[in-house]
Design a protein around this ligand. Structure first.
Ligand code: ADP
Ligand code: MG
Length: 805
């Protein structure tokens, strides 16, 4: 609590003779607001909310060493990010306490950014004292370098901006003198004045060529070293030829083109600057994803096994280990994937799933890194370390996809590699033909330079990657993680879409609707054995059964899952148990009499999924599960049919049950039933062999073979890790409308790429002949060149305006 001087404080005498002091009238009125509103409990609850039992946050000064700057012999400067600051009083408290320390010369805390800057004399005070003063006050110091994200593109943008700034400043001056020179050309100008002006433009153009133009020069050298010719060579040659020729012209008293050489660089830099601004914006969206994990270092509260003793420590998130117990407070981001071991809270998973309704998580539920805790305090046990947690995986996948060598891009790159030398050739030809025809060296050089500059295929170079980058970011924001960038192009020609049934088209939340026992087995007995086995399975049937059964579970000696059929296992009391469909029973020689088969048929015609339980070779029971089709499937199927897709449904479930459950869409799709996962994959492969590329959409349980076999495999919902691993894209929510949105996005992305390429090509086709025939001055060429890049950039940005639904 803050110390307040009695003589300046506001005092209130209580009826029981006690006294309360307030630092200011603000706090006083807040107290009354709380008390008079009958909310006094707030003060009790608060104890639990604010760390309370936490002894002290432990911070190692190692983490901060990299941020220290030396100001002079006696002064060091350290920026620190201070977490847990809540109001201006916190700032006051921190600033006052730190500035009182012997050796501290200066301290300021920024209210908006929570960044503190401290100057101190390291011979009088050590870093640890400063840090522990902050932690003693109840705040948490975090290295500022690790709390902010710098990006390379930001650097690139700044670089272009400075270079462009310098270039445009000098070009402006050059223009003034050039206008004077041009004017003199028509009105007569004294030779001395002309020489002086020419010399000044030479001086002004030089920094533009050698400083602002340096990136083009360096890139040209790099590409020559690699024995390739890139587009920067054209810019470099164009500006450098114009510049060198002008030096020659200056001495021989001819017209100079310093203005052109500088302007080429200025305009191209402007284009590059705009381009990298857009790229930066796109990558900020990526950073937004990254900022779900806002601090790479955070205060972590560890607990004992008994979940009682809390210690706070500052850790790099990278250092969290599987098994660590971590408190996640309200408003905080979950640092790593884990399981809730204490508390209940609403978690906002929108950044993963695109779905805005928070999900309630309680003991036993999984929480994912990057999601936000929005209501209460929970304790989680880390299931994964940071690197293998969801957010890191997603970011890794998207970055990989964005770097994908798109097929169109490969073709374009090939064109560029032929294009550049051809342009250099055309430009030489232009020079020689002009020189041969007119004998005018100057005019020939200028036309050749025009060809070089106008043909730079920058627009071609960015047409595909930029659209791809923007599109994958839009997808990510809507809960679609594109892992393989190539599919954006592949999906274009595909007509056949396969869907898994359970969990994909249906809710996949199986509830038990009927249980029957046979051969004098007790129902509870049957269920307890079935549940003991299902505990080891991920299948929706397993979840349904375990939600229902609350009794004791037996330990299992051996366990085997037979995909698409069920499971088998042996218990410690040596009972062999089978839980699964009729195929599993048949395969293992379990006899099913007439009565059992009739009962099964009856239940299946009601749309129930039926599993049998066999104990020691004898049929013991039958369990019926009810599943519902998702409400919007009919609507989505109709839309897909209208778009001309052929739809197929693959399921391991029985024919009867499937047709009843899917009754409202059974005519929209071709349905294959009673398949094992491998048979599903086989059907998909057969289609591909017939030259019919296809998409498979599955929830991931048992679907890995199909996801892998399909031309484009999409995992939907938080399916099994194996399927996510093998898929080309993951839809993080379980709504198949997201899949439809994705198809729309893909279509629009392809359209954008096509129009981008169109603009980039058409421009060259029209402009090169114009330049070669002497119709375009180099300055105008440079202008057009930039405009073509900007058109492509703007066209790609149009993707962002596009609404997915
Ligand atoms: P779908 O193709 O509809 O998604 P699956 O291939 O996952 O279905 O499963 C097909 C059938 O295999 C289920 O309907 C069920 O009868 C049986 N089965 C699969 N896994 C299990 C399991 N863990 N326990 C019991 N039965 C199972
Ligand atoms: Mg399934």
């Amino acid at each position: 609590m803050l110390k307040v001087k009695k003589n300046t404080a506001i005092k209130e005498e209580l009826s029981d003779g006690g006294e309360l002091y307030f630092c200011c009238s603000g706090c006083h009125s807040v107290y009354h607001f709380v008390k008079d509103g009958g909310l006094e409990k707030f003060y009790e609850l608060r104890k639990d909310y604010i760390p309370g039992k936490i002894k002290k946050v432990k911070v190692t000064d190692d983490l901060f060493k990299d941020d220290i700057k030396v100001i002079d012999e006696k002064t060091l400067e350290l920026p620190i990010f201070v977490s847990d600051i809540r109001c201006a009083a916190c700032i006051w408290l921190i600033e006052n306490s730190i500035s009182k320390l012997n050796g501290v010369k200066y301290v300021r805390v920024n209210y908006a950014t929570h960044k503190m800057v401290v100057h101190y004399d390291s011979s009088l005070i050590d870093l640890n004292t400063i840090l522990s003063t902050i932690t003693n006050l109840g705040y948490c110091p975090i290295p500022s370098s690790l709390s902010s994200t710098n990006s390379i593109i930001e650097e690139e943008k700044r670089n272009y901006f400075i270079k462009f700034g310098v270039a445009s400043f000098f070009s402006m001056q050059i223009m003034l003198y050039s206008v004077a020179l041009y004017a003199g050309y028509f009105q007569g100008i004294s030779q001395n004045l002309k020489n002086m002006f020419t010399f000044i433009t030479f001086l002004l153009a030089t920094p533009v060529i050698f400083y602002s133009g340096k990136p083009f020069f360096i890139n040209s050298i790099k590409s020559l070293k690699n024995r390739t010719l890139n587009m920067d060579i054209l810019i470099f040659m164009g500006s450098f030829f114009a510049y060198s020729y002008s030096i020659y012209a200056m001495f021989s008293g001819k017209e100079v083109y310093f203005d052109s050489s500088a302007m080429i660089i200025t305009l191209i830099l402007l284009g590059r600057f705009i381009e990298s601004s857009i790229k930066l914006k796109a990558s900020k969206e990526m950073l937004l994803l990254k900022s779900l994990q806002p601090l790479q270092v955070k205060k972590v509260y560890f607990l004992d096994e008994d979940l009682e003793n809390i210690t706070g420590e500052v850790h790099k998130i990278d250092d969290l280990k599987v098994g660590d117990l971590i408190i996640v407070y309200e408003g905080e981001t979950v640092p790593v994937d884990g399981i809730v071991v204490k508390g209940v809270s609403d978690i906002d998973e929108a950044m993963l799933t695109g779905e805005s309704i928070p999900v309630t998580k309680s003991i036993g539920n999984m929480v994912f890194s990057g999601t936000r805790n929005i209501s209460g305090k929970i304790v989680i046990r880390a299931e994964k370390d940071f690197k293998s947690s969801t957010v890191s995986k997603i970011i890794e996948a998207i970055e990989k996809a964005q770097n994908a060598t798109f097929k169109t891009q490969k073709a374009v790159d090939k064109i560029i590699s032929i294009f550049v030398p051809s342009i250099i050739f055309i430009s030489f030809v232009t020079f020689f033909i002009w020189f041969y025809m007119s004998g005018d060296f100057e005019l020939s050089i200028i036309n050749a330079v025009s060809v070089l500059v106008i043909s730079c295929p920058c627009a071609l170079g960015i047409a595909t990657p930029l659209a791809l980058m923007i599109s994958t970011n839009i997808a990510a924001r809507n809960g679609i993680i594109v892992k393989n960038g190539d599919i954006i192009e592949d999906i274009r020609g595909i007509k056949d879409i396969f869907f898994d049934k359970t969990g994909t088209l249906t809710e996949g939340k199986l509830t038990i609707s009927n249980i029957v026992s046979f051969n004098n087995f007790d129902i509870n007995y049957v269920i307890s054995y079935a549940a003991s086995l299902e505990r080891h399975s991920d299948h929706p049937i397993a979840k349904g059964l375990l939600d229902y059964y609350e009794g004791e579970l037996k330990n299992i000696k051996s366990f085997k899952e037979i995909p698409g059929n069920g499971i088998e296992g042996i218990t410690y009391d040596n009972k062999t148990i089978y839980v699964g469909n009729i195929e599993l029973m048949k395969k293992n020689g379990i006899e099913l009499d007439e009565r059992v088969l009739n009962l099964m048929a009856l239940e299946q015609s009601k749309g129930q999924i039926i599993i049998f339980v066999a104990i020691n070779g004898e049929i013991a029971g039958m369990i019926s599960f009810k599943d519902k089709i998702k409400p919007n499937v009919k609507d989505i199927f109709e839309k897909l049919l209208l778009k001309g897709y052929n739809l197929y449904i693959l399921t391991g479930d029985s024919e009867k049950s499937t047709y009843t459950t899917l009754s409202n869409i059974k005519d929209y799709a071709k349905i294959f039933t009673s398949l094992t996962p491998f048979e599903k994959a086989e059907i998909i492969k057969n289609f591909i062999q017939d030259g019919r590329k296809n998409i498979f959409v599955g929830d991931g349980i048992n679907d890995a073979p199909s996801i892998k076999s399909a031309s484009v495999g999409i995992a939907i919902g938080t399916g099994s890790e194996l399927s996510i691993e093998t898929s080309d894209a993951v839809i993080m929510n379980s709504n198949i409308e997201t899949f439809l949105k994705f198809l729309n996005l893909v279509r629009f992305t392809n359209y954008t790429i096509k129009t981008n390429l169109f603009w980039a090509f058409i421009y060259n086709i029209v402009m090169i002949p114009l330049a070669a025939t002497g119709h375009i001055h180099p300055i105008i060429s440079a202008g057009f060149m930039s405009i073509s890049s900007i058109i492509v950039v703007l066209n790609s940005v149009g993707l962002r305006l596009y609404r997915l639904s």
